[in-house]
Design a binder for this molecule. Structure first.
Ligand code: KIV
Length: 273
């Protein structure tokens, strides 16, 4: 089966829910490739893998390194790479230069940027020059400092117009899909109705055209548990249990056993005449 393209993802709108997850490493990419239509190399890796307080310190080179690993380890999912803070906001030329570098060096299928109407020119410039773009509106983690925290959007209907216009602007600029993060459920459902491109929800609505979660949140490898995360398994606990047992066996010398060590090559003794 060939890798899903952004066109395949676009055509899934209103037909089949689009299954999306984050992947930052070859190990996780390999495991998720068959289950996800789209894998996002999200800049959330700054917090999840590198323990930063927010995503703002993630660099373009980090995104390229992780994206290369995910692309190499997968063959079916559409791979989207996040553009980190500070690499696309300054001008359309800077955005193109950095996005083209990501596309060339990683062979991913598309890039993602945060923003709506304010990113209209940038999205239009990139898509008009061969770079598929996924938008990201609602709660935008790269704006955490100006927003004063991670705040859910659109709880008040008077605020809805801005987010609806953001989604429409991205659609008009040529984005192939848009992430709706951290917004009131009815607003996310309304945006999904109003735009022709797929909406991918996270803390949004089951009516979105697809859903995305940070894989490490879903499998219990992070400490945070916001309301929108469903933890399907607690791998963190399983790893801890394994480490406790390993520690015990190393100290008691039960590990390694004969099965885990190497013997000598048998020597051939020649008979003397
Ligand atoms: O960086 C990320 O992982 C994201 C998803 C949460 C959508 O942007």
């Amino acid at each position: 089966m060939k890798r899903k393209s952004v066109i395949d993802i676009k055509e899934m709108k209103s037909k089949t829910p689009i299954v999306c997850l984050t992947a930052y490493t070859a190990t996780i990419g390999r495991v998720l490739d068959e289950e996800a239509d789209l894998l996002l190399v999200g800049d959330s890796l700054g917090m999840v893998l590198y323990d930063h307080e927010n995503t703002l310190s993630v660099t373009l080179q980090q995104m390229i390194n992780h994206s290369q690993a995910v692309v190499r380890s997968t063959s079916r999912a559409c791979i989207v790479t996040d553009m980190p803070f500070g690499t696309y906001e300054e001008s359309v030329d800077v955005a193109f230069k950095n996005a083209a570098k990501v596309m060339k060096e990683t062979h991913c299928s598309a890039i993602k940027i945060e923003g709506g109407q304010n990113m209209f020119d940038t999205v239009k410039y990139l898509t008009g020059r061969g770079i598929p773009v996924m938008g990201h509106i609602g709660l935008q983690p790269q704006s955490v400092l100006v927003d004063g925290g991670y705040k859910i959007k659109g709880r008040n209907k008077f605020d809805w117009a801005k987010f609806i216009d953001d989604a429409k602007a991205l659609e008009e600029a040529g984005a192939f899909s848009v992430v709706l993060e951290g917004m009131a459920e009815p607003l996310a459902a309304e945006i999904t109705e109003l735009v022709s491109i797929p909406t991918i929800g996270i803390g949004a609505s089951s009516k979105c055209d697809g859903q995305i979660l940070v894989t490490e949140d879903m499998v219990g490898l992070t400490d945070i548990s916001p309301k929108f995360v469903k933890q399907y398994i607690n791998i963190g606990e399983l790893i801890k249990d394994a480490a406790v047992q390993y520690r015990k066996e190393v100290i008691s010398r039960e590990f390694p056993t004969k099965n885990h060590v190497y013997g000598m090559t048998p020597t051939i003794v020649k008979k003397e005449k």
